[in-house]
Design a protein around this ligand. Structure first.
Ligand SMILES: Nc1ncnc2c1ncn2[C@@H]1O[C@H](COP(=O)(O)OP(=O)(O)OP(=O)(O)O)[C@@H](O)[C@H]1O
Length: 453
């Protein structure tokens, strides 16, 4: 980075004037911004879901001027961020496979213009691999226009992460093209092994590592053994109604997400909610890949603005969603890894207010996922793939824990956390958890022995 670091007063002014925030969300958010702006350093950022990672590169992007390049895995996520930045008056754009020809031509012109009017350019790792993009980035660098590069959802870089994307592995090209531009890597889920893999792969140089605990103290974590609920739909609708009643009693509007594995399950949940809760004014829709894109966008929009209260969805829903008042996230089927669960459940309570995350576990779901993974591994015949079974086992371990669930998550991410006391069912109602575990494990297995493997 060239020139002297910006005055901190100026940074705070931009924070308020452009982003509308009176201060930083946390000391760590401020530390990450300082490391880039004052240290000109590479930075590794690991904050919990909803922790305010985006601002740690968006604020420097505005303060530094020039162009900041952001690499992000999902078009939906990119489009949400670009729209949000544009609404704040920040000139952000994306070039990707969906960009119409004329718009693409116009953006390329802007990127070649000096001074360049664009502040943030969002690309997927795949788009970055094209010669045209690499030449463009090289030119931005050579002309000292490129100020910062950020790799969002950086766990996708690591083979050990839950969401590995091979194109992320080739992002070292950023360092080759732009050797002195600071790089930020951001994620919500990185164990030590994933963190060091990210740092090595992206060739971060002596990075400032800024981590916040994964602990989300406003989330109540619950697990229910599915086999104990012969009327699962009934239990889910009762749960939803109770959440809405509680929110109304607090004078709040509430919304929620029910994740299900198959499209039919999404439809079944949506149907049950409509049948039983329409009278209570609770509106629900199903969201899955069987709907066309227009219909999916409509449902997401109506949920975002509060016309629909609950979406019964496959995990395709929610990526990049930043909705404040999600009061509950229910998993009718376990996730495939604890990292994925943490991300999905983490869409609850982003406003810091209390929210409930409930998961229904069944051994039959675990067996189904194991079977599907084995099938996938066989069809790929790729012996170098890490054993995904570990991810499933960690998820199962969480479900069958008879100790504090927040502590199980913290331990998984290499942190220590004493029992939360009240924010998970293990702490709040240990006897009921023991009873449920005895039911699934059979009388000969002590539930505690399940939780200490
Ligand atoms: N300094 C701040 N003051 C108040 N709110 C903030 C601040 N910084 C960010 N936020 C808000 O916090 C919320 C979460 O931020 P963001 O979407 O960047 O989270 P994230 O860390 O990327 O989470 P996830 O990994 O779940 O996507 C957003 O609504 C954002 O506007």
């Amino acid at each position: 980075m060239s020139g002297s670091p910006p005055e901190w007063d100026h940074v705070l002014k931009v924070l308020e004037a452009t982003f509308g925030f009176a201060g930083f969300k946390s000391a760590e958010q401020e530390a990450a911004v300082r490391a880039v702006l004052h240290g000109g350093q590479d930075v590794f950022v690991c904050f919990p879901t909803g922790g305010g990672k985006s601002l740690t590169y968006q604020l420097p992007a505005v303060v530094l001027g020039g162009v900041t390049l952001v690499i992000s895995p999902l078009l939906a996520l990119i489009e949400d961020q670009v729209t949000a930045l544009q609404s704040l008056g920040v000139h952000a754009a994306t070039i990707n496979s969906r960009t119409p020809r004329a718009e693409r031509f116009d953006l390329l012109q802007q990127l070649r213009a000096r001074p360049c009017p664009l502040r943030l350019l969002y690309l997927t790792p795949e788009t970055l691999q094209t010669d045209e993009m690499q030449q463009l980035i090289q030119a931005l660098y050579d002309d000292s226009v490129l100020r910062l590069m950020a790799v969002d959802e950086a766990h996708c870089v690591s083979e050990w992460g839950h969401d590995f994307r091979p194109a992320f592995r080739r992002l070292a090209v950023l360092r080759r093209l732009c050797p002195t531009t600071p790089v930020m890597a951001l994620t919500a889920t990185a164990q030590a092994q994933v963190q060091s893999d990210i740092i090595t792969t992206l060739k971060l140089r002596n990075p400032a590592v800024v981590r916040r605990s994964t602990y989300r103290d406003n989330l109540t974590l619950e697990v229910r053994m599915k086999d104990m609920y012969p009327n699962l739909m009934g239990d889910i609708t009762t749960f939803i109604e109770a959440q809405h009643e509680a929110a109304t009693a607090r004078g709040q509007a509430a919304s929620g997400i029910i994740y299900a594995f198959r499209r039919e399950d999404c439809e079944a949940v949506a149907g049950a909610v409509q049948r039983h809760l329409t009278r209570a004014g609770i509106r629900c829709a199903a969201y899955h890949a069987g709907l066309n894109a227009e219909e999916r966008n409509r449902i997401q929009h109506e949920w975002t603005v509060g016309h629909i209260h609950v979406v019964a969805a496959t995990i395709a829903f929610g990526m990049g969603i930043d909705k404040a008042n999600v009061r509950y996230v229910v998993h009718a089927t376990m996730s495939k890894s604890l990292e994925a669960y943490y991300q999905e459940a983490g869409r609850a309570g982003r406003d810091g207010q209390p929210a409930v995350c409930r998961l229904y576990y069944a051994q039959s779901d675990m067996s189904l996922f194991q079977y599907l993974q084995q099938k996938e591994a066989k069809s790929r015949q790729n012996k170098e793939q890490p054993d995904r079974g570990d991810h499933l086992r960690h998820m199962q371990h969480y479900c069958l824990a008879a100790t504090c669930r927040h502590a199980v998550i913290a331990r998984h991410f290499g942190e220590a956390l004493s029992p939360c006391q009240t924010r998970c069912d293990c702490c709040r109602e240990p006897e009921s958890v023991q009873k449920q575990l005895r039911c699934v494990a059979g009388p000969s297995l002590s539930p505690l022995s399940l939780s200490t493997s």
